[in-house]
Design a protein around this ligand. Structure first.
Ligand SMILES: Cc1cc2nc3c(=O)[nH]c(=O)nc-3n(C[C@H](O)[C@H](O)[C@H](O)COP(=O)(O)OP(=O)(O)OC[C@H]3O[C@@H](n4cnc5c(N)ncnc54)[C@H](O)[C@@H]3O)c2cc1C
Length: 342
């Protein structure tokens, strides 16, 4: 019989599980039910008992590694914690969120346990065996993987499962002691990237895409790049949406043109960019050409604001298109969001 371990970690508060961890919990519960397997959830957090309060009815055995050493991501302490949890659970299948914290350590942990690892898993199926799906070649080819080697580590892409939701309660947690190696790294805090704004937020419900139109000459014959930047950042600030971009807009930086300084190629969505998985997307000042829109493959509900009534979005690529000037529309939207807060 398989022994499934779902590894989870706390979010920035240190006492609640991250959304991606709760998604992995859902995946673990489904898989364990299908395979009639044992299910264990392992928690790594500064305050694991409080983090476990979101799991009272998961039906799983709960193991935790807790303490100040696990408050922040650090290879040595996180890898030691994950290894100890895997050993305590005698895990044959290990599911973990593909977060930056776990992506960094999990290949090393798999190696320590003589296991195998696959990453970017988007789905789990199979009733006799575990069948794990992932996409290759820019989301064009979907492969279904199975392995006989154990333990098998599977890192799950965010947004592929619903987050496990439970009534808060008291959960019975077994604490696992970890022998920490000498810690040579001290986490002294976070330094935010460009302009203090972290704009790529995989956990956000909404993807906001900025296209090259924001920096183009507008009907008054002038470009309004500073205003565009304020409107975009104002919207992100009010909604905590994730910021995506078209290729044309991020490429402008390399061509010496004026460009929105908080955008980099990491924001690019599309064939040669990212393929995120937000529930909703709002495109602005973007033409909706195919190489861009293929990056929207997994976006559930799509809306666009474009001046061009013949743009790609109006040709069946969006659910709703507002043929309008995005400057006044976004200014009005931001004002409504601001008013709703007060
Ligand atoms: C091999 C290859 C790979 C590519 N990969 C990607 C990729 O990964 N991602 C990607 O994005 N592109 C990619 N492209 C480029 C893609 O084909 C388009 O050129 C690009 O997406 C266009 O960006 P855009 O729509 O922002 O700009 P534009 O085509 O310049 O469109 C700007 C739009 O803004 C509108 N607009 C202007 N002002 C306003 C306003 N005030 N209000 C509302 N709307 C306004 C205009 O009407 C226009 O529709 C690729 C191309 C190739 C050949």
């Amino acid at each position: 019989m398989e022994s499934i371990l779902v590894l989870t970690h706390a979010d920035d508060t240190g006492s609640a599980l991250s959304k991606a961890s709760l998604e992995a919990v859902t995946a673990g519960i489904d898989l364990a039910a299908r395979l009639s397997a044992l299910l264990t959830i392992g928690i790594i957090a500064a305050d694991a008992a409080t983090a476990a309060s979101s799991l009272p009815s998961s039906g799983a055995r709960l193991l935790a590694v807790s303490g100040e050493a696990f408050a922040q991501a650090r290879y040595a302490s996180d890898a030691a914690a994950a290894e100890a949890l895997c050993r305590a659970a005698s895990a044959t299948i290990v599911l973990a969120p593909g977060s930056s914290r776990f992506t960094r350590i999990m290949a090393g942990v798999a190696h320590r346990l003589s296991g195998f690892i696959d990453t970017h898993i988007t789905g789990l199926s199979g009733t006799e065996n575990v069948e794990a799906s992932r996409w290759f070649y820019r989301q064009r080819i979907e492969a279904v993987l199975s392995r006989s080697a154990r333990p098998w580590f599977l890192l799950l892409d965010a947004g592929t499962h619903a987050a496990f939701a439970d009534e808060a309660g008291t959960a019975q947690v077994e604490t696992i002691t970890v022998e920490l190696p000498a810690l040579r790294t001290t986490v002294s805090g976070f330094r935010a990237p460009t302009l203090g704004a972290q704009t790529i937020r995989p956990d956000a419900k909404l993807l906001f895409v900025a296209g090259a139109g924001w920096t183009k000459k507008q009907p008054d014959g002038q470009a309004h790049v500073a205003e565009a930047g304020d409107l975009i950042l104002g919207f992100l600030h009010a909604t905590s949406a994730s910021l995506g971009s078209s290729k044309s807009l991020v490429d402008q930086g390399g061509e010496g043109n004026s460009v929105l300084p908080f955008l980099t190629h990491l924001n690019q969505i599309g064939q040669t960019g990212a393929t995120p998985r937000h529930a909703k997307g709002l495109s602005t000042c973007c033409h909706g050409e195919e190489p861009h829109v293929v990056g929207w493959r997994f976006i559930g509900s799509r809306r666009a604001i474009s001046l061009d009534p013949n743009c790609g979005w109006t040709r069946g690529k969006a659910d709703v298109v507002y043929v309008a000037d995005a400057f006044p529309v976004m200014a009005k939207l931001n004002a409504l969001l601001e008013a709703a807060k007060t």
